[in-house]
Design a protein around this ligand. Sequence first.
Ligand SMILES: NC(=O)c1ccc[n+]([C@@H]2O[C@H](COP(=O)([O-])OP(=O)(O)OC[C@H]3O[C@@H](n4cnc5c(N)ncnc54)[C@H](O)[C@@H]3O)[C@@H](O)[C@H]2O)c1
Length: 267
Amino acid sequence: MERKIRVAVVGASGRMGREVVKTVLTESDMELVAGVDRSSGPIDLGRMVGLEECGVTMSNDLELALTESRPDVLVDFTGPKTAFSHTSLAIRLGIRPVMGTTGFTPEDIAELDKQCQEKEIGGLIAPNFSIGAILMMKFAAQASKYFPHLEIIEYHGDQKLDAPSGTSVKTAELISEVREELRQGNPQEEEIIEGSRGGYYNGFRIHSVRLPGIFAQQEVIMAQQGQALKIRHDSYDRAAYMPGVAIAVRKVMTYSGMIYGFEHFID
Ligand SMILES: NC(=O)c1ccc[n+]([C@@H]2O[C@H](COP(=O)([O-])OP(=O)(O)OC[C@H]3O[C@@H](n4cnc5c(N)ncnc54)[C@H](O)[C@@H]3O)[C@@H](O)[C@H]2O)c1
């Protein structure tokens, strides 16, 4: 049997981190070798996620944990503030980073790509690991060539700080690469209540719904005379991201350099 992929998780006691720990512990080709979080005591990681004891104890010192456990891959779901330093640390130690956080500038990515190339290891920065969400974006972009009249509606929980969502902006960018130039609607249109028509992006609109109990949903509505096409994706909880994370952990073992965007792993 082939050697298992040794995986460390940082942000391990966070909402995403716990899902990743569970995934790594249940995937037969992966081995959890370290878990790090600054806000957790020395608890067994298996126990923490409601599984059997796994013998790996939570640490709060990332560099020490990585040096001692020598993982192949570091999965990071901490936050934008630590994104660059954690990625750089992992690469310096020859560990492939799989980063789920945002907060990288294009210059950061170019620098990290250089570092990965020098070490001859792979890395991934993926603002969205949901395979369904990525397919929704790709399908919407493909369809917009034939249905250039469209609007995007995205739905998230009421505590989300930014609007519109990163996913909707990314969708809008992909659509704009293929959709013909078109300013939709009536040029004389007037908003009686400010903002009623949503945010303007390259001739079409993005609407953000914020309500309690919603996790992440998006709909791209396209219409022309006599027909409409709706492409919709619904995520109900964080488990939605895990098949993508598992693919990333395997894939990052197979190339050199830093890849930005999980969509590059989906044909
Ligand atoms: N890429 C994706 O598909 C995707 C999906 C969901 C969330 N996210 C992103 O993942 C990140 C985490 O989300 P969450 O909901 O799990 O947040 P969370 O607050 O529940 O978890 C973050 C964890 O990281 C820990 N942490 C922060 N800084 C640390 C440090 N320097 N060292 C060690 N531990 C540290 C915190 O203590 C916390 O336990 C956010 O940036 C979020 O936007 C990405």
